[in-house]
Ligand binder design. Structure first.
Ligand code: G3H
Ligand code: 13P
Ligand code: ZN
Length: 309
């Protein structure tokens, strides 16, 4: 099997009320950890590449590593551009073998976002590639925005319907209270499920996407800090909230921060316990295992995509 698009993945996920994990990849150990986990759980998976990951690892290394993961595991994998900033990067990924791209026009006003997304959709669809767009602004405590009182940042259900109808995008990332990184909430973690419900009513049977969805697993934060890190009071989206979202039309859940934390914590621990070690395979090996175990937990206990191949 070659790379697949997310079309069938999302149709099945929507109708059965689960989500597919979309994990950010930057190097070989990350690709291996994620895909070995998905293989052992018999789960489809989305591997996503940001613009900066593409700069770091280079397009062809990433596509060839993902191809190798398909050969090794035989599971359905979609290769997705995360937060594509403009038409050019989307075009380059479409031409270069990705099966899904995100055009992130959320920084523009509604009409500009529609125009840009439409341009990408036309090109992508002509090449058999699907498109994720974003409407609404993910804000976080790092921006010092009180998200709960800033309704204007959340996705408007009426605009979501108009946006999807006018652009023809295949999935839509919405803002309902999450944010990127390790510090997501000032107080109690809370998502605007009322807004999600209204979006679902406007867009029935339509796949929605949740960005900024790392749980920020405390075990790894504590391990980082125990072994010399300085990560203050991190706070993520709890598993129960993500699980609930996965039953309400959220078909794709994005995770990057949790993988970073797991890698960093396990490498910090390894260096402390084995100060004499200089073999990168040793510390990158434990990092790969940590990623594998987190991804398995998410697939099986949170997103519900195990045994869905
Ligand atoms: O949402 C952004 C992802 O976490 C990717 O981050 O641009 O540092 O690769 P990055
Ligand atoms: P986290 O920072 O919560 O892992 O979100 C990642 C993401 O949304 C990638 O697009
Ligand atoms: Zn994101």
């Amino acid at each position: 099997m070659g790379l697949v698009t997310t079309k069938e993945m999302f149709e099945k996920a929507y109708s059965q009320g689960y989500a597919i994990g979309a994990f950010n990849v930057n190097n070989m150990e990350i690709v291996q950890g994620i895909t070995e986990a998905a293989k052992e759980c018999n789960s489809p998976v989305i591997l996503q590449v940001s613009g900066s990951a593409r700069k770091y690892a280079k397009h062809s290394y990433l596509t060839h590593m993902v191809q190798a993961a398909i050969e090794e595991t035989g599971i359905p994998i979609a290769l997705h551009l995360d937060h594509g900033a403009d038409f050019e990067i989307c075009k380059s990924c479409i031409d270069g073998g990705f099966t899904s791209v995100m055009i992130d026009g959320s920084k523009y006003d509604f009409e500009q976002n529609v125009a840009l997304t439409k341009q990408v959709v036309e090109y992508a669809h002509a090449h058999g590639v699907v498109v994720e767009a974003e409407l609404g602004k993910l804000a976080g405590i790092e921006d010092d925005v009180n998200v709960s009182s800033e309704d204007s940042n959340f996705t408007s259900p009426d605009e979501a319907l108009e946006f999807v109808e006018r652009t023809g995008c295949d999935s839509l990332a919405i803002a309902i209270g999450t944010s990127h990184g390790a510090y997501k909430f000032k107080g109690e973690p809370k998502l605007r499920f009322d807004i999600l419900e209204r979006i679902q009513e406007k867009l029935p049977n339509y796949p929605l996407v949740l960005h900024g969805a790392s749980t920020v697993i405390q075990e790894y934060v504590e391990k980082c800090n125990h072994f010399g890190g300085q990560i203050p009071g991190a706070q993520g989206v709890p598993d129960e909230i993500l699980h609930k979202a996965s039953t309400m039309g959220i078909c794709k859940i994005n995770v990057d921060t949790d993988l970073r934390l797991a890698m960093t914590a396990s490498i910090r621990e390894y260096f402390t316990l084995h100060p004499e070690e200089i073999d990168p395979r040793k510390y990158l090996g434990v990092a790969r295992e940590a990623i594998k175990s987190i991804v398995k937990h998410k697939i099986v206990d949170v997103f519900g995509s195990s045994n869905k191949i």
